[in-house]
Write a protein that binds this ligand. Sequence first.
Ligand code: IVH
Length: 678
Amino acid sequence: MTPEEEIKKLTAELNQHNYNYYMLDNPVISDEEFDHLLRHLQDLEKKYPEFQQPDSPTLRVGGTVTKKFQTVKHIYPMLSLGNTYSEEELLEFDKSVKSLVNQDVEYVCELKYDGLAISVVYENGILLRAVTRGDGTKGDDVTANVQTIKSVPLRLHGDYPSFFEIRGEILLPFDRFERLNREREDVGEPPFANPRNAASGTLKLQESAEVARRGLDCRLYYVLGKELPYQNHYDSVMKLKDWGFKTPEVIQKAATIQEVIDFVHHWDTERKKLPFPIDGIVVKVNSYELQRQLGMTAKNPRWAIAYKFKAEKVSTQLLSVDYQIGRTGIITPVANLSPVQLAGTTVRRATLHNAEVMSTLGICKNDYLYVEKGGEIIPKIVGVDLSKRASETEKIDFITHCPVCGATLSKNDEEAGTFCPNELHCPPQIKGRLEHFIGRKAMNLDSLGEGKIEILYERGLLNNIADFYDLQYDQLLGIEKHFPAEDGKPDRIVSFREKTVENILAGIQQSKKVPFERVLFAIGIRYVGETTAKKLARYFKSMDALANATKEELMEVNDVGDRVAESIIHYFNQTENLEILIRLRNAGLQFALSEEENTQISNVLEGKSIVVSGVFSIPRDEMKRKIEQYGGKNVSSISKNTHFVLAGDKMGPEKRKKAETLGIRIISEQEFYEMIGA
Ligand code: IVH
């Protein structure tokens, strides 16, 4: 078999496995076997990029970096739907439809997915382009990101038209949304308010590998084109499924508006069991001919309408406001409420988000507040019931000083966050950092937990992360504390018995083997999450090199922007942090990549200064690592001393011009692989 044939065969095979897994829910090979085949294809594509297929499953993994999304004009404008909120309005919709077409009408009911609209164009069965709604006339080209969504087909099956557009909704299921928010909180980033915001933020990311990791999903339901072979919406959706699209799982014909209303009622309760968010029901006239007759108003089609569920909302009295301080000092105001039933649970506390939200709401003492379940998850305050406000009352101002350590708070404009700048001495920040350090993805000290950390902090045994390595058996044995029940957690006693202490000390000993990249994540530099820590570790290879890096050098690393670079520099400028690092180093923690992680493969590039520019089939920092593994040196700007420029797709025109003027050779990714013999 020629490489081209093998690539084609593997592509088809892997796509069939993806289809079995994601669409039919019926995998026929194990995940390991799949990964093995995928890696093989990746290797072949690296060697022979000219044979990569437009529907290659490797596109799912991402790896491209889009600096700025291109604006693309929609072929047909992307309209939105009129909204209704009551049965009466649905009856009116039915009446107006019938008066316009003068006959009985069959409707189709679907769930209204709460994500963001997308338009995808297919040419000869291959995904050509994916564009966001934007202003309805033109949107952003997010093709590379949409290609990573496993439920969006890259190649269609069957008798599809040669050119058409399909529209639908990109969404983030609840479990992935929660995972993402946990990760963000881990690194001190503000969590997304709901899955829709998270989906929309994700689709606009520049790095498609991160989009792939977050696990977006989609439903596609609206096909547009010149020669579509069906007469109605329902049959089209059935056909879409045959072509390989993930279509609405719930779709029901309704002969009367009463059947539509029954569907709406049914799903108003059933929606709570769905694993993804919906915010209503969409009702569509089934027949295309009738849709054409009905046409549209300036903004919306007359043949469809959205029924929006009422967000479950109750009003209850404010008792007090607490301020929580996170590991990175960000302050979150929380309302303590008179207990109230909401969507099946008793709510006693709800978030007020931040200072800005609180001041916009203008909350006063003893106010009655409206509480809503944001995306059905964390209760939030959405407004004030002014009719119940006492005549004599007093506005509640956001605190100016940290309620725990007393420091004057600072404002972080970019994130509407107010934070306590006393990072080194503010107790909740210290405890937060200790908890972060022991986390599973950090040092994984699982024999310790929040309760034990609190006790050891109170006893003065743990003040910073280096203290873990000074803990002694005799200091720990026999310590005990009673934690009364609070916030849904039961009453409990935490005690340090022999076995517990042995486990703790063994875990601490074991943590000295944790690789450098995780140590870097564990020390808790603000904005340095798990992925960034990995990239920094691979790029700088040691704590010392990282500590000495300039802002420009830090920003050479993929995904490291101004904010992250400044935060790293700030961290290494604090004497207290440097002292902690010295102690950790002396304790034996991994402060550099291991031999194995850092081996040089060959010296073919010895003495060569290389500038990397553009987008490659692998992330740019991996490319730079390769250069080093083969003995070369990465430099950031082109000069007469540059040996060659390694150019990927979309290399900047300025760089190209400069290389040409200086007569520096420009080589492609493929030429590079040939050069290093990979
Ligand atoms: S049909 C002409 N069906 O809701 C517009 N839209 O407010 C045809 N949406 O733009 C749209 N689920 O982003 C349709 N089953 C569904 C939907 C749905 C969610 C979104 C979509 C649309 C918006 C309308």
